[in-house]
Design a protein around this ligand. Sequence first.
Ligand code: ADP
Length: 408
Amino acid sequence: MKILTLNCGSSSIKFKIFSMPKGSALIKGQADRIGLDDAKIQWEGEEIKHCSISYKLHSHKEALEILLGLRTAGGEKSPVNTGDIAAVGHRVVHGGEFFHSSVAITPAIRRTLEGCRNLAPLHNPHNLTGIDVCAALIPDVPQVAVFDTAFHQSLPDFAYTYAVPYRFYEENRIRKYGFHGTSHRYVAERAAQILGRDIKQLRIITAHLGNGSSLCAVGNGKSCDTSMGFTPLSGVVMGTRCGDIDPAFVAYLIKNMNLPLEEAMRILNYESGVLGISGLSSDFRDLFSAAETGHQRAALALNVFAYSVARGIGSLIPSINGLDVLVFTAGIGENSYQMRQLICGYLSWLGICLDPAKNIQGTPERDVSSPETQVRVLVIPTDEEKIIAQETMSILTNGGQPTCQDGF
Ligand code: ADP
């Protein structure tokens, strides 16, 4: 069975085709700069050399039409043969309080998804466009929504309630939601498998450190608390996002520095984080090389990031009453031994001891702690698209009735 996964952003669409149940990615690719004259669709696969089409893509619809082979561009064969696709799994960033797990998209579900649109204005509208375009272009192919927020729906009320007038929760559903849930769930479950333990007996903190970064405390197999909040802007410091700051700073930018609200939010989302501190890059590889050659603000940015993650980990421990396992995942968590070292350096009081050699080198999935450690430290590669494909297949095969029709 082949499953197409789609992650639709504001000007890009990331896609992969998986052969299930094996879970191998046959094709992966991306459409970029949608809406601009020099948009590009690129893909490659197990048996396909790198292909690239440069084309003026006016919309996500056009990009998906080309991708799905319903329109030709540049004489290239499209990456997807729609006849082969058993289902489409969509990443949907925000499912609000409506969705505790992945769902088959029916007309009723699509209407409910509409209610989540404004909860993540930078993400959800594009995810919904992907769903609508697929529904119009390939109406007979079932579609499934997989939510970043679903895993965190188990948070207790004292963890998700903000200390603002309660009416904002009652009337507007303002609360902590948390994100990257698909990844946190996958690596926590995998950690228990690797350790040969029942996940319900483990207290785990998962650190998803990529362009966006978040932490999750998993107790009794459930998300008990997490670092991101109402939106993916809060929590630990990130590549270009500020993470937690004093909310009065936003008012200051607007009132005292005369910035329009949109500009203030753009700065906090796209010009902050380690990019903002270093003035150099949001890529941690660039920052580590610059710091090695004496770039002080790159070194400061790395240290601010490491401290913010360590502080975040410390702050989650009460939610699970201790810590047995710390898992690092995503681009930085999986690949940067220096960052793992810096973060764990702030956590030695917990009895965390890394094995320096294992931390530096080994298989992608490994235990990097030393025998005397009191908290096992694991590196586990995440693959959100693969998890989306697995969720989609499980909805298809476990009695869900994923139908997707025109007109919703
Ligand atoms: P996304 O959130 O876009 O999925 P990723 O999980 O791919 O992000 O992570 C991207 C980040 O991973 C980038 O900041 C990049 O610097 C970092 N990264 C990737 N490889 C390394 C490495 N070898 N050392 C340090 N950082 C790395």
